[in-house]
Design a binder for this molecule. Structure first.
Ligand code: HEC
Length: 135
């Protein structure tokens, strides 16, 4: 009985911790993930170049598909009229960009130009916290 109690309190403590991590995200940890996993295609500084993907400075405040001079895919531009980059949308997008675009646009054939996926929810929450500091 005692061990059951300990097991239950551990579960409760873990779920509190992961909820807090989601809400807050660790921007410093997120910066490390971004520098390791996103820099092949993105820059993060003000006025940084567009590479395979658009510059991401201010992405949480400028609106979706708004990097100057970047040529977004048509599916992304069409879908971007229907959402903003809040935490929930970024969580879904980074997990599976194509699935996100299909859900937002209602078009089954649309494909994201971003082929990269970030499966870990913790990594995504941290990267999103970092993106939120870029403004
Ligand atoms: C293999 C290249 C590649 C990698 C790696 C990549 N991306 Fe992207 N990303 C793209 C491309 C290409 C687009 C443009 C999507 C389109 O036009 O359909 C994009 C678009 C985005 C957008 C939308 C930008 C806007 O202006 O609305 C965000 C946010 C984003 N990426 C975040 C990330 C993050 C965070 C990472 C790392 C965890 C990452 N990407 C890794 C290629 C990449």
């Amino acid at each position: 009985m005692k061990s059951l109690f300990i097991a239950l309190s551990t579960v409760a403590a873990l779920s509190i911790t992961s909820t807090a991590a989601f809400a807050a995200g660790d921007a410093a940890a997120g910066e490390k993930i971004a520098k390791a996993k996103c820099v092949a295609c993105h820059t993060f500084e003000t006025g940084g170049a567009n590479k395979v993907g658009p510059n991401l400075f201010g992405v949480t405040t400028r609106g979706a598909a708004k990097a100057a001079g970047y040529s977004y895919s048509k599916g992304f531009v069409d879908a971007a009229a229907k959402f903003t980059w809040d935490e929930a949308n970024l969580m879904q997008y980074l997990e599976d960009p194509t699935a996100f675009l299909r859900a937002k646009s209602g078009e089954a054939e649309v494909r994201s130009k971003m082929t990269f996926k970030l499966p870990s929810a913790d990594d995504r929450a941290n990267v999103i916290a970092y993106l939120g500091t870029l403004k």
